[in-house]
Design a protein around this ligand. Sequence first.
Ligand SMILES: Cc1cc2nc3c(=O)[nH]c(=O)nc-3n(C[C@H](O)[C@H](O)[C@H](O)COP(=O)(O)OP(=O)(O)OC[C@H]3O[C@@H](n4cnc5c(N)ncnc54)[C@H](O)[C@@H]3O)c2cc1C
Length: 469
Amino acid sequence: MLVIGGGLAGLASAVALAEAGIEVRLVEKRPHLGGRATSYTLPDGVEVDNCQHVTLGCCTNLEDFYRRAGAAEKIRFYDRLYFVDRIGRRYTMEAWRWLPPPLHMAPSFVGFGALSLADKRSIARAMLAIARSGGQPPRVESASMLDWLHRMHQTPDAISRFWRVVLVSALDEELDRTDARYGIDVFWKAFLGSRGGYRVGIPSVPLADLYEGCRESIAGRGGRVGLRSGVREIRVRDGKFTGALLEDGSEVTADACVLAVPHTVVPGLLPKEMTEAGGALAGLRNIPTSPITGVHLWFDRPVMKEPFLTLLDHTTQWVFNKTLLYGESGGRGQYLQLVISASYDLVPRTRQEIIDLCRGELGEVLPASCEAQLEKATVVKEVAATFSPRPGIDQWRPPQKSAVANLYLAGDWTRTGWPSTMEGAVRSGYLAAEAVLTGFGRPRSFLQPDLPLEGFSKMWAKPVVSGVS
Ligand SMILES: Cc1cc2nc3c(=O)[nH]c(=O)nc-3n(C[C@H](O)[C@H](O)[C@H](O)COP(=O)(O)OP(=O)(O)OC[C@H]3O[C@@H](n4cnc5c(N)ncnc54)[C@H](O)[C@@H]3O)c2cc1C
């Protein structure tokens, strides 16, 4: 069995297949595993994440994957969310134990001082519409999230200081370019359906350290992982996968293949008739991408107390206190990582312009950073960080079972119902592994259920049964 691509989708399918007793050969172009969710060493020896990655309590498949990879204890979950506005005022949000979903966050929400009473009333109305419909309110089809929010009469501040704050980070896209179904799903799964869906999970180690167990799991079942092993071409003859040509000129044959590379790479590897007009995968060209910018700043002294902060009314969206998150004392200094999703405006700007912008904003929310010395800074622009969840995007996302009998697809861009996230990638890997095993006549399931619904959300999600049968 050949798996091409060592990102989360490829790793999840490889680990699942190995557990099912299949000998897997995984080939990865780069010198490390993890794809977009990885870390690497800078020339001065410091290891940095490609970008801070967070998971949520509702990401049940990612949690399962970390468990299989022996990395679950390296993810720490936080129950309290921290917000800060332009003048440095702090707010927190957390679930209340004795209130049933979807009301469990209501007390925090009522006390959230960054929104007026009118903003909160409009948000509560829209949230109730989501919860009472079991996450499927009417008039969502083909609408953008912004269209839907306008239909729900949301105030301008509710949109900019609440909906946009949550969704641009979660979906890496602006509200007018986001399919309403994706936006609504975030609130249903993370904030309304269950008590723990919103909890933020953050690795306490550099991302690449999470995947060591995958290598062992694959090797332990007779398989192997090849790094710096890029595939140049996938060979298909008479509607069957026959092998892959590697960049070093060698050829790999296998009974079946899971292709788990980014969707932008797929057309360069497969025969043209599959990916050009009329081909089964021609739609991949209609899936646009969106950027994320990560800014790494090393200060000579501590400037932040919280583990992480969400910024309101700023270009910078999140600040992560990496020193604290790694459980280090930090000596005398502090390492912060800032994240800006859907960072279209920053793509053309220089590294220094971005650092200056972020430092200016940090000064407003972390006054101690104004006095501190910036010892080092790195900017990572990921121009094609995720696929953009545009209205109607699902029609272009292919299933994991391809038109070629023994060729399977995995990747956050395949049809999972989830946006471009680690959870989506792992789901795709599990679905691809299930399809492979069904093809081999040894069906097995890996996909994990969503968190169980609780409280009123559970009641409302059930179809209304009338007394007449
Ligand atoms: C900056 C940034 C921040 C993000 N933040 C979050 C977050 O906080 N939470 C979250 O859930 N998600 C986040 N994401 C999204 C998440 O990283 C992705 O959805 C997920 O990692 C995608 O996994 P994948 O396996 O589908 O693809 P990839 O990770 O892209 O894996 C594909 C792999 O294929 C390899 N490959 C490519 N071409 C070849 C070839 N020819 N031969 C062999 N191998 C090849 C690549 O090197 C790569 O390792 C973020 C993404 C970025 C970029």
